[in-house]
Design a protein around this ligand. Structure first.
Ligand SMILES: [Fe+2]
Ligand SMILES: [Fe+2]
Length: 228
């Protein structure tokens, strides 16, 4: 039986650089931002907050699909079914948020955003209670920190917008998603000034590095799935 990572001490999860602690940190940040949005504010404040939530949700999820779930499928009993369920949740979030983004004046927009929050919270529960504990069981602290570093590198260069047409699994998600991240980040930066081009160039460079890092960790994990 797996133990939820939600209330465990960071030391028991591999320390602060571990993938489990990094995941939990993002989940807590998302939870705070969603609560803040639900508490209300001016239209401009809510729009800015919504954009921050969208950027974090999609970069976080893309890095999960690229780095974590392939590893989990290899080491967890029932990993195929567990990751399949979370991929369906990610797809539903993609479709709902794409609908919100396409229809800025639709009167149902706030309701769709609330529905997206419900799906995001379900995704967080499934990950913390059912999927991520398997990584704790399979790997030692050092490996959890290495996976954490690779996940963070991919997240830093991942798409930041919904792309429901992009496959949820590698290699299709990386082949189609990584180039889209350049366009997403350009949109995120607009209407920033002259530094935008430099930041986009950096993103392209970093994305190539992240792709190489992914293939390294996947190869390393495939060689020693139970290594500690
Ligand atoms: Fe997550
Ligand atoms: Fe997720």
């Amino acid at each position: 039986m797996t133990i939820s990572i939600t209330h465990r001490d960071p030391a028991a999860l591999g320390g602060y650089g571990s993938i489990l602690v990094r995941q939990r940190r993002d989940h807590a940040r998302l939870d705070r931002m969603m609560n803040c949005w639900l508490a209300g504010g001016s239209d401009d404040e809510l729009d800015a907050l919504w954009q921050d939530i969208v950027q974090l949700v999609f970069s976080h999820a893309f890095a999960e699909e690229t780095v974590l779930w392939p590893v989990l499928r290899r080491v967890a009993p029932g990993g195929e079914e567990l990751t399949g369920r979370v991929e369906e949740e990610h797809q539903a979030i993609n479709e709902l948020v794409a609908q919100v983004e396409k229809s800025p004046d639709d009167p149902r927009r706030a309701e769709w955003i609330r529905q997206a929050f419900t799906l995001i919270r379900q995704d967080i529960r499934d990950e913390e209670d059912e999927l991520l504990p398997h990584l704790r069981e399979a790997f030692g602290d050092r490996r959890l920190r290495r996976i954490g570093a690779v996940w963070e590198a991919v997240r830093a260069t991942a798409p930041t917008r919904p792309h429901p047409g992009v496959p949820r699994r590698p290699p299709g998600n990386a082949v189609r998603g990584v180039p889209l991240s350049l366009f997403d980040r350009l949109r995120d930066l607009a209407p920033a000034g002259g530094s935008a081009a430099r930041r986009v160039a950096f993103t392209a460079f970093a994305a190539a590095g992240a792709a190489a890092a992914v293939s390294r960790v996947v190869r390393a994990t495939a060689r020693r799935p139970k290594g500690r």
